[in-house]
Design a protein around this ligand. Structure first.
Ligand code: 5AD
Ligand code: SF4
Length: 443
C-alpha cells in the first residue's frame, strides 16, 4: 500500500513537470513515505531525517517532506514539530492528492517571505482528516511497464489488537467497480499484463455499481477476468475470517486469477487468535486451507506470523509451529511482536521478554525456511509460466520473473534473446531451487 502511495506521489509530481534526481543527495526535494506497522520502521525514519538536516543546512532552497502512516499518529507529529522544525511539509495518508499543491504553496510562501516572516509560517502540516471521498484519477509512476498495483479499497475496520493500521488508514472505503475497471482497462492499453488488487482486507470489498447494485470482491474478480489483454490478477491481503466459498470457486473458474493466496494466520493458537481479535480459530483456518487446496490443487499459500504476542506461552507458540508444519506454506513473513502505541495489545500487562521473543522467532524461521526450501525443490523438473520482470541485478545474462504462484525465478535464455523478453509470459524449465527462489532455463 505504501509502495503504491509512493508511485502515486511520483506520478503527480511528474505530471507537474518535476523530474527524479539521479542521486539521492542531488535532489532539491526529498519526500519520506513512512510505515508505522512495526517499531524498527519508526527508528529508521528518525535516523534518515537526521541525515537530511545536514543537506538542508547547506542548501536553504531544499524542501523536506514527510508523509505516510506515521503522520497519522499524533505523538509522531508533535515530536516532528518540536524536534525537527526544519521539516517543511507533513502530510497524512488522507491528503496525498493535495501534496503537489502544498509543495507549490511552500515555494510561493518562500518567494513572498520577508525578514519578518517566521519560519513556522513557511511550513505546511496537513494530517488526520479522513473523509468518505476517494480521490480518483491520480496518476502513478510505475516501476514496471507490464505490471501494476491497483487500490480497490482503503482503510480497515478489523481492529486486530496489535495493529496500528485502522488508526492510521481510517475506516474501510471501497472504490466504485466502474472506476477500478476503467483504471485497469487503461493500464492494459498501456502494456500492463498483471494487476495486484490492493486493500487491507480485500475480502470485505463492497462497491456500489452504476446500477446501484452492491458488488462484492468476487463480483469484481469475475468482471476483471473478462478484460481482454489482462493476463494475471493477484490480490493482497485476505483476512481468513472473510474468505468466502464464492472466492474459492472463483479460483477455479477465473483463468486469470493466479493460483496464489497470501493468507495471514498470525498465530497457531486459538487462544492467542482470540486475544488478537482475529475472529477465527486454528481449526477454522486449517479448514480454509483444506478447502482451498481441494478446490485448487497446487495453489501457493503464503502467510504472516507474529511471534511473542503478549501472553503467548511456550504451548501457544508450539501450536504456531505445528500449524506451520501442517499447512506447509510456500513462504512466510515472520515478525517479532512490536508494541504500537494506541493499540489495545500495547496495554496488555503480559508482554513477552525480548530474549524469549527472539529465541522463538529463530526457531520459527528455521521451520519456515526449511518448509519453503522443500516446497521449492518440488518445482525442479517442472515447466512454469513466468512473467519476466527484467534482468537480474547481479548478472545481466540472467532474467528474473515470477511464476503464477509468485515464486521468484532466475533463468537463462539464448544469447540473442535480448530485452524483448521483459514483460512477456514465457515458459521456463526449472532446473534448481533454494529457500527463496527457483532457477531455470527458457523452454
Ligand atoms: N507487531 C508485529 N507485527 C505486526 N504486524 C502488524 N502489526 C504488528 C505488530 N504490532 C504484521 C502482521 C501483518 C503484517 C502486515 O504486519 O503480521 O499481517
Ligand atoms: Fe491490521 Fe488486522 Fe486490519 Fe490487517 S486486518 S490491517 S492486521 S487491523
Amino acid at each position: 500500500m505504501n509502495e503504491h502511495d509512493s508511485e502515486t506521489i511520483s506520478g503527480m509530481l511528474q505530471q507537474r513537470g518535476y523530474i527524479e534526481a539521479p542521486e539521492k543527495n542531488e535532489s532539491d526535494i526529498t519526500i519520506i513515505n513512512t510505515c508505522s506497522i512495526r517499531e524498527n520502521a519508526d527508528k529508521r525514519f528518525f535516523g534518515t531525517l537526521g541525515q537530511l538536516k545536514k543537506i538542508k543546512e547547506k542548501n536553504p532552497e531544499y524542501v523536506t517532506c514527510v508523509c505516510g502512516c506515521m503522520m497519522q499518529q499524533d505523538h509522531i507529529v508533535q515530536e516532528l514539530k518540536q524536534k525537527y522544525p526544519w521539516v517543511d511539509i507533513i502530510f497524512g495518508t488522507h491528503n496525498i492528492c493535495e501534496f503537489p499543491d502544498m509543495l507549490e504553496e511552500v515555494y510561493e510562501r518562500r518567494s513572498k517571505a520577508t525578514k519578518r516572516t517566521k519560519n513556522r509560517d513557511l511550513r505546511i502540516h496537513r494530517v488526520y482528516e479522513d473523509t468518505d471521498k476517494i480521490a480518483e484519477g491520480l496518476p502513478a509512476k510505475r516501476l514496471y511497464k507490464h505490471k501494476s498495483f491497483v487500490n480497490i479499497m482503503f482503510g480497515c475496520n478489523n481492529f486486530c489488537t496489535y495493529c496500528i493500521v485502522p488508526y492510521t488508514r481510517g475506516r474501510e472505503k471501497s472504490r466504485k467497480p466502474e472506476d477500478i475497471i476503467s483504471e485497469i482497462k487503461a493500464l492494459v492499453s498501456d502494456g500492463v499484463k498483471e494487476v495486484t488488487l490492493l486493500g487491507q482486507n480485500v475480502n470485505s470489498y463492497s462497491g456500489v455499481g452504476a446500477d446501484g447494485k452492491q458488488w462484492d470482491f468476487t463480483d469484481l474478480i469475475y468482471a476483471l477476468n473478462d478484460i481482454d489483454g489482462l493476463e494475471r490478477i493477484r490480490f493482497m491481503t485476505s483476512h481468513p475470517k472473510d474468505l468466502s466459498d464464492k472466492l474459492i470457486k472463483a479460483f477455479r473458474e477465473c483463468d486469470k486469477l493466479c493460483n496464489y493466496i497470501h493468507l495471514p494466520v498470525q498465530a497457531g493458537s486459538s487462544r492467542v487468535l482470540k486475544r488478537m481479535n482475529r475472529r477465527y480459530t486454528r481449526e477454522k483456518y486449517l479448514d480454509l486451507v483444506r478447502k482451498l487446496r481441494q478446490a485448487v490443487p497446487g495453489i501457493a499459500i503464503s502467510t504472516d506470523i507474529i511471534v511473542g504476542f503478549p501472553g503467548e506461552t511456550e504451548e501457544d507458540f508450539e501450536e504456531t509451529l505445528t500449524l506451520a508444519k501442517e499447512v506447509q506454506y510456500d513462504s512466510a513473513f515472520t515478525f517479532l511482536y512490536s508494541i504500537r502505541k494506541g493499540t489495545p495489545a500495547a496495554e496488555y500487562e503480559d508482554q513477552i521478554p525480548e530474549l524469549v521473543k527472539h529465541e522463538r522467532f529463530n526457531r520459527l524461521l528455521d521451520i519456515m525456511n526449511n518448509g519453503s526450501a522443500m516446497k521449492n525443490a518440488a518445482y525442479v523438473g517442472r515447466v512454469e509460466k513466468v512473467l519476466v520482470d527484467g534482468l537480474s541485478k547481479k548478472d545481466d545474462k540472467i532474467y528474473s520473473g515470477r511464476t503464477e504462484g509468485f515464486k521468484l525465478v532466475d533463468f537463462t535464455a539464448d544469447e540473442n534473446a535480448g530485452e524483448e523478453l521483459i514483460g512477456q509470459i514465457v515458459e521456463v524449465e526449472i532446473t534448481d531451487s533454494n529457500t527463496f527462489s527457483l532457477r531455470g532455463r527458457l523452454k
